[in-house]
Design a protein around this ligand. Structure first.
Ligand SMILES: Cc1cc2nc3c(=O)[nH]c(=O)nc-3n(C[C@H](O)[C@H](O)[C@H](O)COP(=O)(O)OP(=O)(O)OC[C@H]3O[C@@H](n4cnc5c(N)ncnc54)[C@H](O)[C@@H]3O)c2cc1C
Length: 459
């Protein structure tokens, strides 16, 4: 066995949380070894949030231009993907080069090791990279931030075909003439709309009865209606049975029909491989789908886990939130443990779907006495003024026994921004009476919160 190298903390996976933790611990003077098998920064900057939101910004510009007639004159727009592809290469990902992020860490005194890490004992991590194998022993502990990979369903015929995942589609230099999106969750819905706006004939295939099925049914219904209006074909309750590729085109076989397209995007969720990570060596279940943690992100003695792998919400903000807590714990600084009551999530379709806390169904399942209130954005003053593209609603979920909001959904223009007020209300248990007894700026989109509160109990 190789001679172990000693370090204070090994951070496995330098996604947003891992990078944050590694940087902060190195800055605090610890000897930190950060291990990364792909790119420092993780999924978000290179294959996730950042490039996809650049695409969405471009798609939304096209949609806004198309809304000019009847409101501000005439307009024509000729979509061109090349500035989007170039922006993703040059501004977002530096041609999928992580030098800036890697230097940020090493400039703080961190030690970056390229390779795949496996936990091989208490406080022990073995890294296999291009230069061979190195073994590290961590005096203080191990931080796991290994994130997720695209989950590829075991569909007959799929393996070996040139399907895309999010990691391929962000590198597209041209838009395809047609595309089937397998999976209508947040990622599938966002990308379906972008490509449709750039001229691709898009079909979304979803096995469940509705798109973005983790959100309120009203949000799914609205997005499905808007997708249809934009020419996106939506097939729900439609589990794919098998896939084939004839060299140029994909065929996706459903129960009663077969869809065909030039490209196939697989966006059917994310997966972890805890066995490959060797978590059994520290007493954790390596067949589990997530690593359970306590409020300070401790998963086992001397092991912290943060980010997607904890199953508390696969979001960059969650990864960084948890990283800050783990850092405080490792440095013995104490502070508040993690609180997941008001986790915000945004699907960046147009309109944006923002939500926080519990949905109505979740609140009822939790045994709460629930009252809901819904306001339609088009009927608010701002929605009426906005006119074209004003679809949306605000729905609030009240725990009637405590008279506080336990969840809310904000769909509409800037729905993700409007969510901020609702997040504070849920997180801080602001009494509904207080929320009702304050002025809401006129004529803003968030003012529809006041209308939704006024309707509590009437819907
Ligand atoms: C298309 C898409 C769009 C998204 N959009 C948003 C959004 O708008 N907003 C949002 O909040 N979130 C978004 N997300 C989710 C977001 O990208 C993740 O939640 C975020 O990256 C945080 O993940 P993480 O920190 O757990 O790890 P990741 O970012 O997944 O990083 C984990 C890192 O660990 C490395 N690694 C894994 N195993 C090992 C090992 N054994 N040894 C060494 N290194 C290893 C990986 O190479 C990777 O770099 C999006 C995701 C996708 C796919």
């Amino acid at each position: 066995m190789d001679q172990p190298e000693h370090t204070d903390v090994v951070v496995i996976g330098m996604g947003p949380g891992g990078e944050y933790a590694a940087d902060a611990l190195a800055e605090a003077g610890l000897h930190v070894t950060g291990v990364e098998s792909r790119l420092v920064g993780g999924e978000c900057p290179y294959y996730g949030c950042v490039p996809t939101k650049m695409m969405i910004r471009a798609g939304n510009l096209i949609a806004e231009t198309r809304r000019v007639p009847g409101m501000a004159g005439t307009s024509t727009v000729t979509p061109d993907w090349s500035p989007v592809a170039l922006r993703i290469r040059e501004e977002a990902t530096d041609y999928w080069n992580d030098k800036v992020a890697a230097d940020r860490f090493t400039d703080k005194g961190g030690h970056l090791v390229r390779g795949r890490a496996k936990i091989t004992g208490a406080g022990q991590v073995t890294v296999t990279g291009a230069d061979g194998t190195r073994v590290f022993t961590a005096r203080k502990g191990i931080v796991i931030n290994t994130g997720t990979d695209p989950a590829i369903p075991p569909l007959q015929g799929l393996a070996g075909t040139p399907y895309w995942t999010n990691r391929d589609i962000v590198q597209a230099e041209q838009v395809p003439e047609s595309m089937i999106v397998l999976g209508g969750g947040a990622i599938g819905a966002e990308l379906a709309q972008v490509f449709a706006r750039f001229g691709t004939a898009v079909t979304v295939v979803e096995a469940l009865p509705r798109l973005i099925s983790f959100e309120e049914p009203e949000a799914s219904a609205l997005i499905e209606r808007i997708f249809s209006a934009e020419g996106i074909r939506v097939c729900t309750d439609a589990p794919a049975e098998r896939v084939s590729h004839n060299g140029t085109r994909f065929m996706v076989h459903l129960d009663m029909s077969t869809l065909t397209a030039e490209r196939l995007l697989v966006s059917t969720g994310r997966r972890v491989d805890l066995a490959a990570l060797g978590v059994a060596a520290v007493g954790l279940d390596d067949q589990a789908r997530v690593i359970p943690t306590d409020g300070w992100m401790r998963a086992a003695d001397g092991v912290w886990a943060i980010g997607d792998v904890t199953g508390k919400g696969a979001f960059t903000h969650m990864s960084m939130y948890q990283a800050a807590i783990a850092v405080r714990d490792i440095l013995g600084q104490g502070g508040e443990p993690a609180d997941y009551r008001a986790v915000p999530r945004v699907t960046f379709t147009d309109p944006e779907v923002g939500s926080v806390g519990l949905t109505e169904e979740q609140a009822r399942a939790a045994g709460l006495r629930v009252r809901t209130g819904t306001a339609q954005v088009p009927y608010s003053a701002r929605g009426w003024i906005h006119k074209a593209g004003n679809d949306g609603f605000i729905k609030v979920i009240e725990d009637a026994d405590r008279s506080v909001l336990v969840g809310a959904t904000s769909v509409g223009p800037y729905g993700g921004e409007v969510l901020s007020a609702l997040q504070v209300a849920v997180r801080a248990d602001v009494p509904v009476a207080t929320l009702r007894n304050m002025p809401y700026a006129y004529p803003t989109f968030y003012r529809a919160i006041e209308d939704a509160l006024a309707k509590l109990g009437s819907s």
